[in-house]
Design a protein around this ligand. Sequence first.
Ligand code: HEC
Ligand code: HEC
Ligand code: HEC
Length: 421
Amino acid sequence: MPDLRGIILAFCLISGGATLAAEGAPPTDSPPAAAPAPEAPVDPIVARGKYLAAAGDCISCHTRPGGAPFTGGVGFETPFGSIYSSNITPDNETGIGKWTAADLRKAMHEGIAPGGKHLFPAFPYTAFTKVTDQDVDAIYAYLRTLKAERYQPPANGLLFTMRWPMMFWNALFFEQGRYKADTSKSAEWNTGAYLVEGLGHCGACHTPRNIFQAEVAARAYAGGVIMDHVAEGKSRRWSAVNLTSSKTGLASWPVEELKSYLKTGASAVAGTFGPMNDVIVNGTSQLTDADVQAMAVYLKALPAREQEGQPVSAAEAQAGKPIYDKRCSECHQAAGEGGLFSAPPLAGSAIVQTADPASLINVILYGPQIPKGVDFGSWETMKFYGDVLSDADVAALSNYLRGSWGNKAPAVTAAQVAAQR
Ligand code: HEC
Ligand code: HEC
Ligand code: HEC
């Protein structure tokens, strides 16, 4: 793989109430007694653009909580200050009303907006560069059909008022170019690769970054760390798991379960509960079965990349057993096999074994935040334990999970738990 997918801060995620733009017939002037006016025929290119915009999850990053869809203003917290997403509705003043289709291509493929303005890779053009001209044009056609909304996002933090340094960053870390099919692989694998590497921008969160915040190609999909946007000015740290077929990644996931997870948010091996909520609800759940299946096939074929770090010792692991037996085994079962009240297995779990334990600690402290529409088929679900377990308890419990049933991951400290509170 080329040394492509850099991204400065693609700490994505956000926006509680984001939903896809309302569907259905526009209001009509017909008198109430008249037969309903026939719906305006939807241009197939616009319909395709809407589908592709879902695949790219544009709405999650471009809709602040309470704001109109696609009007931007979502704040991304980075080590270098805050940066806000743009209004991409067709408003002439505050949005992209004056943009041509070629302008959107240049932005998606090169990270350059009209006037030579260098965009920051919090906008994942490092992945979108792989998207075909035709598909970008379809997204453009769809964006043109949105209602023009006047809204000016807040100004960026000081460092992000300077855009010229991106020239150097791009020269070092960004390789532009459309997706090239690998003819030695199946058509399904290629479709999956196109979606995962391009619009899906899965690596933006799941690939670790170097100190310049560029994705490290040699460790693609081996697990990254991101910040979300829990509330105004307050974001929480999360670890995005190792998606490769390593034992600490998706080795134990059948393709069928991975497909179910991406399509519905629930599966027999894991459920969504953090930043994946928006990715799934606004993104992958909107895709066809065939496309999600292709993504699963591609992910399952990723070469295994083991994670670094000395695993917890058996002795360190045992201290947390009484807490597990008392509070967790009811649902996740004595050997971590899961099953009761739809609790997923913890043996072989990627969340449990991710080197950076942020997401594991979050689910214990705060419980799973299960989005509307995701159904585990059980009336009882996991609660939060932040009030009844101390930092030392959560560390001991995490170590029990990380050192039992064949799981292998570095030890968690009470200080790491405290940092997530
Ligand atoms: C991971 C979050 C994220 C995703 C996903 C995302 N964007 Fe953005 N986008 C941003 C941010 C942040 C900016 C502001 C970048 C800057 O100011 O340099 C931006 C800027 C833009 C701009 C430049 C607007 C301008 O006026 O300069 C366009 C166009 C755009 N996005 C379109 C899209 C489209 C289309 C999609 C879906 C295919 C999308 N974005 C998905 C975060 C995102
Ligand atoms: C009432 C049953 C129940 C109890 C008790 C329970 N859980 Fe869960 N747990 C669940 C369910 C259901 C999910 C899936 C929710 C989701 O992912 O959105 C889950 C998810 C998880 C996950 C995320 C796994 C993944 O891959 O999705 C972890 C880790 C976890 N639980 C650990 C624990 C620990 C540790 C305890 C004890 C402190 C505990 N659970 C107690 C039902 C339970
Ligand atoms: C905004 C950052 C972000 C993006 C983009 C993202 N992920 Fe995730 N992913 C996470 C985080 C954080 C978790 C940990 C659990 C959660 O959030 O529910 C995760 C967990 C997962 C899991 C494992 C769940 C488990 O319980 O073991 C899979 C599989 C996954 N992501 C696949 C994908 C795919 C495929 C894409 C691209 C379509 C993607 N992710 C894009 C952040 C992201």
